[in-house]
Design a protein around this ligand. Structure first.
Ligand code: GLP
Length: 260
C-alpha cells in the first residue's frame, strides 16, 4: 500500500486524476470504477477540466459504480446512478450506455447483483477503482462485519452511515436502510485501487485501515492485501498515522520512473 499525504483536496484530486489520465492514454477502452460521496469530487472536477481544456477523452472507456441504494425510484436525485451521471459522466464524453451501476430498483435483487458481477467480468474487469472510505471504515457500502471475500450483494446500512449520508437527503428518515454494493472480493479484483480521504473526521478510519489489523471490523483494511493500492489523503486525515513520516519520505524519494 502506498500512502501519500498532500496539502489539499485539489492536489489529491489532481494526483488521482494523473493516474486515471495515464491509464486512459495507454488503454483507451479502460474500465474505471466510479465512487460516490464527497471524496471523489475533486477527481471528477479535475478530469472534467482536463476533458474541456486539454482534450482528455473518455469516449472508449466504461464505468462501473460501486454501489446503489435499494428502493429509490429510477432517476431519484440521490440515487448513485444519478449522482455519478451528474458529478462525472455527463461532464465528459463517456457514452451513456457504457456507464453501469448495480440495479437497486430491481424486483429480483439477487439476480441483479449476479448480473452486475457478470457485466464487470464481461468488460474485462476494472482497471482502476476509485474509493472513498466511510467514518466506520466501510468501502462501497461494505459495512463492518462484511465478508472479506464478498461479492456484489444486498447489505443493510449501519446507522452511522445513514447519519453520515442524511446530509444528502431532506431528513434521515429518507435515507434507505438497504443497498446493493460491490463486495470486498469484487473490489479487490480491480487492478489498481485509488482511495482518497480528507479531513479530521476520517483520521480514525485511515489509521485503522492503514495501520491496524486486516479485519472485517474495518473493511477498508482489506486494501493491505492488494498488490497495487494507493491511498491519497490530506494532513488532517493522516493526523493519527504513526508512520506518516515514513510515508512522506517514501513519496518524496520515489524514483521518477515509478508510476502510482
Ligand atoms: C458513502 C459511499 C462510499 C463513500 C463513503 C464516504 O456511503 N457508499 O462509497 O466512500 O460513504 O463518503 P464521503 O466521501 O462523502 O465521506
Amino acid at each position: 500500500m502506498e500512502v501519500i499525504v498532500l496539502p489539499s483536496s485539489k492536489e489529491i484530486g489532481a494526483l488521482a486524476a494523473d493516474a486515471i489520465e495515464s491509464l486512459v492514454r495507454t488503454k483507451a477502452n479502460a474500465v474505471i470504477g466510479l465512487a460516490t460521496g464527497s471524496s471523489p469530487l475533486p477527481i471528477y472536477d479535475e478530469l472534467a477540466r482536463r476533458h474541456d481544456e486539454e482534450g482528455l477523452s473518455f469516449a472508449e472507456t466504461s464505468g462501473f459504480a460501486l454501489d446503489e441504494y435499494v428502493g429509490l425510484p429510477v432517476g431519484h436525485y440521490e440515487s448513485y446512478r444519478e449522482v455519478i451521471r451528474r458529478e462525472f459522466t455527463h461532464r465528459v464524453d463517456v457514452k451513456a450506455e457504457n456507464v453501469h451501476g448495480p440495479n437497486g430498483a430491481s424486483e429480483n435483487l439477487e439476480d441483479a447483483c449476479q448480473s452486475y458481477e457478470d457485466a464487470i467480468a464481461a468488460a474485462g474487469g476494472i482497471d482502476l477503482q476509485i474509493l472513498g472510505v466511510g467514518t466506520n471504515g466501510h468501502i462501497g457500502f461494505n459495512e463492518p462485519g462484511s465478508s472479506l471475500a464478498s461479492r456484489t450483494r444486498i447489505k443493510t446500512l449501519a446507522e452511522q452511515t445513514r447519519q453520515d449520508n442524511a446530509r444528502f437527503f431532506d431528513s434521515i428518515a429518507q435515507v434507505p436502510h438497504h443497498v446493493v454494493t460491490q463486495g470486498l472480493g469484487t473490489i479487490m479484483d480491480a487492478r489498481h485501487l485509488v482511495l482518497v480521504a480528507f479531513g479530521a473526521g476520517k483520521a480514525d478510519a485511515v489509521r485503522d485501515f492503514v495501520e491496524g489489523p486486516v479485519s472485517a471490523a474495518c473493511p477498508a483494511s482489506i486494501l493491505q492485501f492488494h498488490p497495487r493500492a494507493t491511498v491519497i489523503i490530506d494532513e488532517a486525515a493522516a493526523s493519527k498515522l504513526e508512520g506518516a513520516a515514513a510515508y512522506r519520505n517514501a513519496f518524496n524519494n520515489k524514483p521518477e520512473w515509478q508510476s502510482l
